[in-house]
Design a protein around this ligand. Structure first.
Ligand code: LMR
Length: 396
């Protein structure tokens, strides 16, 4: 049976991690996978996480199962983080399951959508995170795309996006990135979110919000603006969240799938289906990472420490955006890279072609995703000059 299989290409993002590790170039730079890095190029465990882990080690009472929805205190804390003061108002309509990372949340959401409507199509932005399409298709859902990023002008194709969303059939799902759009870094502004929210209500599609970078854009609250607006506007909403980046808990796999239903009765039914989906895929989520988040968010001291660390990460990324723009301009490159400074989160497209991407990798050991997506956080004061020289060279 196995010998009938055909080999598949490596994952466009994770494959780069492996290639980077093998590269012996002492100047190599990893701008591939979306992982925050500090000035030394490390992805350290946050101080608040370390403290919470020490506390957990001392106080953990059992390793018995935690149940299908995971840690319920964590689930409620996530609802507050995502919905802010709206979470209390919406409480009887909101149900959350802790999931193995944001990807786990998306897969659970996909299976849940299939139970609601086997014929539903999921509409995703062009472009979107490399894993979105295969993830939904693997769950047996159809995927279609709607215009989003304007490659030419490095902005949004907002009118085209709205024209496409007007044609989405009622009952389909529209996936929206809450903030720090992956891979383009281009986000909707407040007025644009309003247009999308009004449209969702008018057309009758169900928004699915992917929020994997809350706190990396403007602030924890501002990054949830669109999500909260939708929660106030539509009857049904699906939210897939991740604690990988903002808590730096990548390998612990911490995320959540949150459903907002039209009333408490439907919320209970939806929750029973959600939990049955969980049971049939992985039975229940791992405990450690979600406990850490819960411990941090239960302590004002640790929450403050986490806020400070999150601010540090965001400030560093924003500073790097300016540094990249200025350094490329200083090298005299003809192309205008000022858009990098206007986008949000860890990613932007450099807007260079496949051959140039290849030359960066083979000639300089600079690893960026094949779409030209760069993880801004991989730049540092130590490597910016090398990076800017290399980009200037391949653009010549
Ligand atoms: C990314 O986009 O690089 C991250 O979300 C990591 C991943 O799993 O692809």
């Amino acid at each position: 049976m196995f010998s009938e299989l055909k080999p598949l290409p490596t994952d466009p993002i994770l494959g780069l991690m492996a290639a980077y590790k093998q590269d012996t170039n002492p100047n190599k730079i990893d701008l591939g996978v979306g992982v925050y890095k500090d000035e030394q190029g490390d992805t350290p465990v946050l101080r608040a996480v370390k403290k919470a882990e020490a506390f957990r080690l001392e106080n953990e009472k059992t390793k018995s199962y935690i149940g299908l929805a995971g840690n319920l205190d964590f689930c409620h804390k996530m609802e507050s983080l995502l919905l802010g003061e709206h979470s209390a108002l919406l409480a009887n309509r909101v149900r959350t399951a802790q999931t193995p990372g944001g990807t786990g949340a998306l897969r659970v959401a996909a299976e849940f959508i299939k139970r609601c409507n086997t014929n539903a199509t999921v509409w995703v932005t062009t472009p979107t995170w490399a894993n979105h399409i295969s993830l939904f298709e693997a769950a047996g859902l159809q995927v279609k795309e709607y215009p989003y990023y304007d490659y030419e002008n490095k902005g949004l194709l907002f009118d085209e996006m709205i024209a496409a969303l007007k044609q989405v059939p009622k009952g389909d799902i529209v996936l929206l990135h809450a903030c720090c759009h992956n891979p383009s870094g281009m986000d909707l502004n407040a007025e644009q979110w309003q247009v999308v929210a009004d449209l969702a209500k008018e057309v009758g599609f169900t928004p699915l919000i992917d929020i994997a970078y809350q706190g990396f854009g403007a602030s924890l609250d501002q990054d949830a603006y669109g999500l909260r607006l939708l929660a106030d506007t539509v009857e049904e909403l699906i939210i897939c969240s991740s604690c990988s980046k903002n808590f730096g808990l990548y390998r612990e796999r911490v995320g959540a799938c949150t459903l907002i239903s039209k009333d408490a009765a439907v919320a209970d039914i939806s929750n029973s289906v959600l939990l049955s989906v969980v049971r049939s895929i992985y039975s229940m989520p791992p405990a450690h990472g979600a406990d850490i988040v819960n411990i941090i968010l239960s302590s004002s001291e640790l929450t403050q420490m986490w806020h400070e660390e999150l601010d540090e990460m965001r400030t560093r990324i924003n500073g790097l955006r300016t540094l990249i723009k200025d350094s490329l301009a200083a090298k005299g490159v003809a192309q205008d890279f000022s858009f990098i400074d206007k986008q949000n989160g860890m990613f932007s497209f450099l807007g260079i072609n496949k051959e140039q991407i290849d030359r960066l990798q083979k000639g300089y050991g600079i690893y960026i995703v094949g779409s030209s997506r760069v993880n801004v956080a991989g730049i540092s004061q130590a490597n910016i000059n090398y990076f800017a020289d290399a980009v200037a060279d391949v653009l010549k």
